[in-house]
Design a binder for this molecule. Structure first.
Ligand SMILES: [Zn+2]
Ligand SMILES: [Zn+2]
Length: 142
């Protein structure tokens, strides 16, 4: 499906072709601090997102394998992008919260579940992976 989203000040717009109808939550310490809570991302393949206002984007290199991009004006977190060479390079995890119409998207997995703060829990029957399970999965697909 086609989805579009903006940051809070609308300086940055994303138009996403082939947007997934599923989302995943990451409870790792980096996503927690970056998002200020729980990070919900849409896995968007490299090339499926058209960005308008890219000159307003600031980038924080958060690890050897990924960067985190945010609006330099309003501070909205936009997406996590894989920089490491391999089949996932360039893939983005676009913040669900950016979408102008976030309906029709189902939560299908939570990763780093053993890092989740006690203060909240996401309801529903979906896959939940511990840090060890998550890292093993990444090792397999990268
Ligand atoms: Zn903005
Ligand atoms: Zn994370």
């Amino acid at each position: 499906m086609q989805k579009s989203g903006t940051c809070l000040c609308c300086a940055v717009t994303l138009d996403i072709a082939n947007a997934p109808d599923t989302t995943g939550a990451c409870h790792c310490g980096m996503c927690r601090k970056w998002s200020g809570g729980v990070y919900l991302g849409l896995h968007v393949k490299a090339g499926d997102a058209t960005i308008t206002g890219a000159n307003n984007i600031s980038t924080y290199i958060s690890s050897d394998w990924a960067e985190r991009c945010f609006c330099a004006t309003c501070g909205t977190n936009l997406f996590y992008r894989v920089t490491a060479p391999g089949p996932m390079q360039g893939d983005m995890h676009v913040a669900l919260g950016l979408l102008n119409d976030p309906t029709g998207i189902t939560l299908t997995e939570e990763i780093f579940i053993d890092r989740k703060p006690d203060a909240y829990a996401l309801a529903g029957d979906h896959k939940r992976m511990t840090e060890a399970e998550t890292l093993a999965m990444f090792a397999e697909i990268s």
